[in-house]
Design a protein around this ligand. Sequence first.
Ligand code: C2E
Ligand code: MG
Ligand code: MG
Length: 829
Amino acid sequence: DDLALSRVLEAADGGVILPVGTRNFGTAREPPVVGRELPIPILRNHVWLALAEVPVDRDGVVRTLPYEGLFDGRFVPSVAAALAGGLQRHGGAAITIDYSISPETVPTYSAADLLGDRIDPAILRGKTVLLGTDGVRPGDSYFVTAQGSMPGSLIQILGAETLLQDRNLQSLPATPFILAFALLLFGLSRPQWLSELSHQLIVCFALAAVVAVVGMILQTHYAIILPTVPVQLLFWLYAVSRSLNELTIRRWRFLQSSMEASNMRHMLTHIIADSSDAILVVDEEGTILETNRRAPEIFDFDTNVRPGTKLSSVVPGELVAGARASILELKSGAAERSGDQVPRLTELPSGRSVEYTITPSCLSGRGHGRGRADKKWYVACITARDVTEKRHQEARLEYMSRFDDLTGAMRRSEFLKRLEKDIVGRKPDAAGSQVVFALNLHRFKTINATLGRTVGDTLLKAIVSRLDRCELGLPASARLGGDIFALYTLEAVSGAAAQQISRRLAEILETPFDLDGIRAQIGVRIGISPVSGKSPSPAATSLMQAELALDSATRTGGSGAVTFDPHSFAHQEKAREIERELWSALDKREFHIVYQPQVTLSDRKIVGAEALVRWNHPRLGAISPADFIDIAEANGFVEKLGRWILHRACEDALAWPDQITVSVNVSPIQFARGGFVGDVKAALRASGLKPQRLHLEITESAFINSPDDLLDTLHELRELGVSFALDDFGTGFSSFGYLSKFPLDAIKLDQMFVRNITSDRVSQAIVQSIKALADGLDLTLICEGVENEDQLRFLRLVGCHQGQGYLFGKPQTSDNLAQSFRSEAVLAG
Ligand code: C2E
Ligand code: MG
Ligand code: MG
């Protein structure tokens, strides 16, 4: 048979290929017995040998076949390569089998049928036939990638077909692809429109599909294997990791927000619960959604009332309507939500006063279940506060601000308010006007001091009660202060009627009081002021005027009524203002001194000058010494002012020629207070003026107040060298006694005698006799107020020594006077 076969093979003339190879003959359990499979030598001569080994990859799968292999020390082509027509290298070390070539397309026939001539030889003519096992025998079937298992012979056929069809698959390197797609995926999350995970996943899957399709096309048409598996894997990994990541983030966010929401709710619940105000949250239907602990306390409802109850069952209708209205307003957009709400006040049936605000709110959020559309709903929050106690206190304070605590009489502000109201529409007419009375109790302080404050208080109450019951057409009385009361007439009354009312008031109050067994009697002084419609605030003005009149009545003493007189009060007002301003005027340097020349009448030569003080007030203007010296004397300021004048005058006189004297007016108060000699000495010392140049003008009133002290003072000063003139002679007592008793040097005849001297014989006679008197007592006669030549001529005739007046010079500054002395000297020189 071998010979026969060898002959057939020879006849085939190289058309037959026989397999060679190594084979494991052992069984699975035994150690491997590797032997060589090789045709016997007589069969080897006319055939091609080819390697029939099928290399199995490490995972047990067959993917490739070799082109050739080393057998018995020489290279032999693999069966597949031999079938494909020899050893053609296709650029690779192995044939990558294209399993996409379907094995079913390889016609297979049984060897038994062939040997039994059951197969038409025409079928086989011109074909390459491979004789092989059917793979049933163990060790001749291999796992392949696509079809599961396959006999080795079929693998060789597929390998050969792969080569014949030129489909030796070329794998593209995986790494660059993986890197490229990894980059692509990384870039996926970048663009804004791809920020949504779902979009990213869609793009990712689309890319995966594209890669698969491209891979398929490449493999089918170009035998190129794209590394789709790692790329797909990459896509899947990306998709899964992104999804997981998103899931985790969402879960985390959800956890966080639900935690925040729960914290917030917790906090709000606490705030609402602990609030000292009552809080009620209601929905549009007026159903309570939330209340706090204070709500039942303030609105007096059962503490068991739970959310879900109707608001109308627990609070007054006003609040229910308010809540509804506020929501409607917000809904209609009529009310912009504003921070400050003016609290409204309501009285509860329990008598409580409650201040409340209603704040509407629009809430929005996700609905539940299917159709989870955004939903809006409206609520109103009622915040209420119990202000009962506060209101009581306010009412009490308000009452106390209007009425006197002790007597219940009106206070000043309330009195003015009512008076103002009652004045409106009533104009003073010919018959008279409304009248305001201000009353001051006389001897009340004594009663307080002797009988005690309690009795005093009882008396005040009794007085108010009498005033309120007096039936004189006077509405309620007011207590303006300690023991000062005020009343006014509702109707216009004449001056006489006002006086009569005031007399009746005095009678009523002066009737003795019986205060719990104690008899008390008081006097009363009354200030009366008609209400003048001219003033911008007639009530306040007339009350003030009544009080001014009362001041005047009090000063006058005794019981009595004084009616306000605008003229005398204007004068008083000015005097008061002057008194207020006087004390600071010296520090503010508002005073200055002017000097009026005194001349010898025979030659009109200046022998001296009288210092006259001037006050320039920034607001009141120039104030005459005639207006303020009296006040300064009354309040003692003249002492300080006089000291300043003395110093100034002495200093100023130093600038004048040596023989010129300076006359300074001295107020009697300056003598009376003592220390005057010291003042004069100090002024002389400080200025350095010779005492002989200083004349002092005193008035008779100085003699009346303290004649003994004055005499000593004058003597002391005279010893120094200072001389004295008796000022304004002829206006006072003009007692001759003083003239002889006091060490005088001159008499100043008052200007009222000089004024009429040319026409009035009496004045002429007086001047003549005073001249005789002066001569007799060896005193210089100085005539004041010489204004014209006629007067001068007459005074010369009489023989008066010196004169002072506008004719010789007006009061002027020291500098002016010094200047005229200098020009006089130039003329003389
Ligand atoms: P007095 O001492 O009799 O002063 C004379 C007043 O007559 C001054 O008014 C003077 O300006 C004014 N007089 C002078 N010549 C004429 C004239 O020809 N015609 C008229 N009609 N008046 C003339 P004055 O300065 O207003 O002073 C008024 C009074 O104020 C003074 O009367 C004096 O009693 C007092 N006085 C002025 N200065 C002082 C002062 O420094 N100390 C004190 N204690 N009293 C002063
Ligand atoms: Mg004088
Ligand atoms: Mg005088």
